[in-house]
Design a protein. Sequence first.
Length: 287
Amino acid sequence: MDRLERWPGADRLIDAVRAAVRAAPLGDARDALHGRWLGHPVHPLMVQVPIGTWLSAAVLDALPGQRRGARALVGVGLAAAGPAAVAGWTDWAELPKEQQRVGLVHAAGNVTAVALYAASFAARCRGREARGKALGLAGLAAVSLGGALGGHLAYRQASGANHAEQVPHLVEPGWHEVGDLAGLPVGRAVRRQVGEVAVMVVREQDDTVHVLADRCSHMAGPLSEGEIADGCVRCPWHGSVFRLEDGWNVRGPATAPQPAFDTRVSQGRLEVRLRHLGGTTDASDAA
């Protein structure tokens, strides 16, 4: 798997497929396919239907008198595979090259599985049960391989994971000094440190200051290098848009909001404090 991540042999194909996926006229459906409405990628949820129905079909194939049930399960899995694949390709197009290399093989395994199950369904409809069962088992092997590669993407390469999740665990409670307010440029993002955590700081004309964790929750892109417009910051890597006021992910592919900080100025020095979930503030802290 490590060698596959580093193998550039399919990079031209990856670039062509990525361009085609990004050019697809999906509109607002693109964010829905990323799972922004759900708070995490929707593709892993959608693939449970084809995998579950095909595994169940294999169980029924091992039992006598279950031909119709097994055939129906294979058909349901085929119907569900298409939407799951569309969501998967939409996520894949916004991943780093190392993950796209693994993802391409992951997709190839799943496409093979769909082809085998389509042939299995056709054979079953013609009454060729033995052939249908054999093709179904081959399809189950292919989708299992695809699933293993998907697990590598999710758990080894952290595809779809919230890359800002660690921020609340690294920032100590209370207020932290960031620097002189006068030294911050107006209307432009700069990077500063709060302990071990890099933060993006934006000062407005009225000296209102917005502070978000600098590393994008999607794939850890540097938000401080992004474009500031309409009260939001756009990640320079994959285009996720976050609201400066509270870090809300206005546009994907990011599915998680960005950790935000409360701010105050004391004797000309900017101080920040990690905002509680939901933006609540303890009365004692405010005092």
